[in-house]
Design a protein around this ligand. Structure first.
Ligand SMILES: [Zn+2]
Length: 56
């Protein structure tokens, strides 16, 4: 689970939230918005993957 998952995460980040186009996941999503929360999770996972060199 590396390459394809990473592409998926990058896609989620690139697409962003349609309700909150300004949300770039620089901080945790405080609004109870599902897409924003998903974007935040994706960003955190990407960061962890980089940290532990799980991306390829
Ligand atoms: Zn949102």
């Amino acid at each position: 689970m590396n390459g394809p998952r990473k592409m998926e995460l990058l896609e989620i980040l690139a697409e962003g939230c349609r309700v909150h186009p300004a949300y770039r996941a620089r901080r945790a999503a405080t609004l109870k918005c599902k897409p924003c929360a998903v974007i935040w999770d994706a960003r955190c996972e990407l960061k962890l993957r980089l940290l532990f060199k799980m991306d390829s």
